[in-house]
Ligand binder design. Structure first.
Ligand code: A2P
Length: 316
């Protein structure tokens, strides 16, 4: 499998297992099944509410000796209510405790948005902390400190625009090594890909399959179903692959990491098998035409109310 390279020589396997929306009862089996079937990259986050169960799977598999801790790339993310500098390391330590690990391979700032420490999902303006109260650079410096202390090997961000990355570049000493963003044929992120490659930042593609299992209230009425796209289906047929495998392979061939979520054993296996396929120039040309800047994950609507400091979270 392809890997993404980091400056210190570390390598992250391009295809990982996503765990957003995986129910706690199902995620333990999913992670165990994934690790026993060749996955060496698991993507987690505190806010997914299932790190305890992911941790049970890690313990079981690592204790069995079948897979060693150091063979697996584990990512987790800092939730938006722990952005103050004194809150970052305690939040990270809670994640390590839940995951039953003594270090993470990668820790990401989940969103460029800060909430009050007592708020999980804000409903009112006063539940946010403004960028003046907690600048992104403050949170970032605390994450760098976590790396210095050896609690994490690499640090990065998620849902950052190139504008926000550029601001961070001016304000801090060390750039994020990773930016994890929504990325798929309907949202190809060409400009961000170019910016990140110029500045030595790796990208991870989330919701690569179109994130069809979001709750109804998170979905738009007229939402396009990526897995049912005719071009993707046609290319899948041509290669004797499934549409999901084409989407995963496409992301992998573009040099990004990709973290399809599944709790179904057959689909977990199928998604990793995507690495065995190839796409040709024609496939790429056809998929390039599908870009329509469509976001499934409406972070702009979720976290930005008119007039608060997060009004234009994606800087578009
Ligand atoms: P399930 O967990 O039942 O397999 P995303 O990674 O973009 O968030 O997409 C996750 C959604 O895609 C989930 O609904 C997941 O369902 C589904 N999914 C995962 N792998 C496949 C696959 N190979 N074929 C079809 N659907 C899949």
């Amino acid at each position: 499998m392809r890997t993404l390279k980091f400056k210190n020589g570390d390598q992250m396997p391009a295809v990982g297992l996503g765990t957003w929306k995986s129910k706690p009862k199902m995620v333990e089996n999913a992670v165990e099944h994934a690790l026993k079937n060749g996955y060496r990259h698991i993507d987690c986050a505190a806010i997914y509410g299932n790190e305890n169960e992911v941790g049970n799977a890690f313990k079981k598999v690592f204790d069995s000796g079948e897979v060693k801790r150091e063979e697996v790339w584990v990512t987790s993310k800092l939730w938006n209510n722990a952005h103050k500098k004194e809150d970052v390391i305690p939040a990270l330590k809670q994640t390590l405790k839940d995951l039953q690990l003594d270090y993470l391979d990668l820790y990401l700032m989940h969103w460029p948005v800060a909430f009050r420490p007592d708020v999980k999902f804000p409903e009112k303006d006063e539940e946010f902390l403004s960028l003046e109260e907690v600048p992104l650079s403050e949170t970032w410096e605390a994450m760098l400190e976590a790396k210095k202390q050896g609690l994490v090997k690499h640090v990065g961000v998620s849902n950052f625009s190139s504008t926000k990355l550029e601001n961070l570049r001016k304000e801090t000493t060390e750039m994020p090594e990773m930016n994890q963003v929504e990325l798929h044929p309907y949202l190809q992120q060409n400009d961000l890909l170019e910016y990140c490659s110029e500045h030595g930042i790796n990208l991870t593609a989330y919701s690569p399959l179109g994130s069809g299992d979001r709750t109804e209230e998170m979905k738009a009425d007229d939402e396009p179903v990526l897995l049912e796209n005719e071009v993707i289906q046609k290319i899948a047929k041509k290669h004797n692959a499934s549409p999901a495998q084409i989407l995963i392979k496409w992301a992998e061939l573009r040099g990004t990491a990709v973290i399809p979520k599944s709790t179904n054993e057959g689909r977990i296996e199928q998604n990793l098998q995507s690495v065995g396929y190839e796409l040709d120039k024609e496939d790429f040309e056809e998929i390039a035409k599908l870009d329509k800047h469509y976001r499934y994950v409406k972070g702009d609507k979720q976290f930005a109310t008119e007039g608060n400091s997060y009004e234009n979270i994606f800087d578009e």
